[in-house]
Design a protein around this ligand. Structure first.
Ligand code: XMP
Length: 513
């Protein structure tokens, strides 16, 4: 049976992923594709609807992102958002120019409540605007469906051709009724029924992996993180003992984490798989000795991880399939846009192509993080594992500023453990996106008992974020912070000061390096 799908055409806007996630929240499968995808490919995908994203250009500028005008004749409903709405107007004979007044931020928009896109939306509704151009004249046969005092065509439609457009961004949370608008488009206008459900995804994926793998040998690099754990369990359920999971303990994990991973995936755990734990701590510490530059540290850890894994893979020999926990944001980010490298992220997804295996299996390739979690629950993975906060591939290596040593790893592990314990006790762990302790490279003078100390400062970080691309500093109650600080200086040797990081992202990043 063919699954219904909506596609998002990416014109370079920052919210392309978000639009796709919102559509999937309506239980409709959605993929992001480049704006210049051919009409032939679109026909093959047979989407129920198309959404044009925003974008940084002006539609009338030379070399601006565009699409084949024939797309409007395909009979598929199209929703243009921001740049996408202007492009629709521009290509269909309307006029787009620089607006006399740009709008940015939360803006009250007056809508025509009779328009099908706005069914159930209040007549005056707060929407997120971000534009310097605007549609001065709409194309023939279109009607205006929304406006603001300075934007005469904040919405337009041509229902006969199933074309709809909004100048604002319904996908961001600041648009109060954005979800209703997107739902109206996807369900009412495109006629989707909402057949994208995790249980059927898991079932069909397991079946297709089974067909593909047959009796072959499968290898999985397991980090204990959510993505690789869900991928491993899916494979374990499918091929059992044909699967070997290699877990490299690089000595940069949180306190007790290596043992926790072993408990779940090792011989005493619930899954029937071959589990190999490599304790490579010393090897990593040696490579990192004397290195202080963050990017160099990241590269060393990534490279060494690959070496250790590769050696193990060679011992196992002639592996047919390698499992990777790649998820959809990785696919979108690496395939569509170009952005500056802030940090070279690495995770177990970036494994070598020179290991001796024939094919790669990426069972989560089309899932967003929240969907990976749902799939994990569907597979019966315990909630505490499924809802783990993200932990970076280079681990504590990037939470220790400056040189990494075994001693510093112990300090940050102990401080972090206390922090997590107190946050859990306070019952606020679910409200926080990510929180951890880091070890600064700063030593300062303190007094303990009657003794002078000259010890390290630990920094506590906690952020609220939905996408990890931007984040706000979380406001942890003072009494909780006070308790954590008190316990850390008393219980962790080598620390005499605790700082709280109040920076948002941007301009800070979530991790310290
Ligand atoms: P930043 O520090 O860039 O982090 O604001 C954003 C999110 O990504 C995680 N992170 C990583 N994850 N490998 C990973 O798998 C990495 O190298 C890496 N660096 C940062 C970070 O924990 C946060 O959730």
């Amino acid at each position: 049976m063919e699954r219904e799908m909506v596609i998002v055409l990416d014109f370079g806007g920052q919210y392309n992923q978000l639009i796709a996630r919102r559509v999937r929240e309506c239980n409709v499968y959605c993929e992001v594709h480049p704006h210049n995808i051919s009409l032939e490919k679109i026909r093959q995908m047979n989407p129920k609807g198309i959404i044009f994203t925003g974008g940084p250009n002006s539609v009338y500028a030379e070399d601006s992102a565009t699409c084949d005008k024939e797309i409007f004749e395909m009979g598929i409903p199209i929703l243009g958002i921001c740049y996408g709405s202007q492009l629709m107007a521009h290509l269909l004979g309307g006029k787009v120019t620089t607006a006399p007044v740009s709008e940015y931020g939360k803006t009250e928009v007056e809508i025509n409540t009779g328009a099908s896109l706005f069914r159930g939306v209040s007549q005056k509704t707060i929407c997120w605007m971000s534009h310097t151009d605007y549609i001065e004249k709409i194309p023939e046969n279109f009607q205006i469906t929304a406006h603001t005092p300075v934007c005469p065509a904040a919405g337009m439609e041509c229902p006969e051709k199933k074309l709809y457009a909004v100048q604002f961004h319904p996908e961001v949370v600041h648009t109060a009724e954005g979800v209703t608008i997107l739902r109206n488009f996807v369900m009412d206008i495109c006629g989707c029924s909402g057949d994208w459900k995790m249980d059927s995804f898991v079932e069909t994926t397991i079946q297709s992996i089974r067909d593909r793998v047959g009796g072959g040998k499968v290898l999985c690099a397991l980090s204990g993180g959510v993505d690789s754990s869900v991928a491993a369990v899916m494979l374990a359920k499918t091929v059992g003992k044909q699967l070997t999971c290699v877990f490299v303990d690089h000595g940069l994990l949180r306190k007790s984490e290596g043992d926790e991973v072993e408990e779940v995936f090792g011989p005493n755990g619930p899954y029937d798989l071959n589990f190999i734990r490599i304790n490579a701590q010393e090897r990593f510490y040696q490579k990192l000795a004397g290195v202080t530059e963050p990017e160099q540290k990241r590269k060393i850890i990534g490279e060494e991880f690959i070496r250790v894994f590769e050696e193990e893979a060679k011992k196992i020999g002639a592996v047919d399939f390698l499992v990777q926990g790649t998820i959809y944001p990785d696919v979108i980010e690496s395939g569509l846009g170009k952005s500056a490298t802030i940090k070279s992220h690495h995770n177990v997804g970036g494994l070598p192509d020179y290991v001796d295996f024939k094919e790669i299996i990426e069972p989560l390739r089309m899932l967003f993080k929240d969907e990976v979690r749902k799939a994990g629950l569907e597979l019966g993975i315990p909630e505490n594992l499924v809802y783990r906060q993200p932990f970076p591939g280079p681990g504590l290596g990037i939470r220790i500023i400056g040189e990494v040593t075994a001693e510093k790893v112990h300090i940050v592990q102990d401080a972090d453990y206390i922090y997590r314990e107190e946050i859990a006790k306070a019952g606020i762990d679910k409200q926080l996106g990510q929180y951890f302790a880091a070890l600064t490279n700063m030593r300062s003078v303190g007094v303990m008992g009657d003794e002078r100390t000259y010890d390290y400062a630990v920094a506590l970080r906690a952020v609220c974020t939905s996408d990890f691309m931007t984040a706000d500093c979380a406001q942890i109650p003072w009494d909780v912070l006070g308790k954590v600080a008190n316990r850390i200086v008393n219980e962790v040797k080598g620390v005499n000061r605790v700082l709280y990081d109040c920076t948002s992202k941007p301009p800070g990043t979530i991790e310290f390096e």
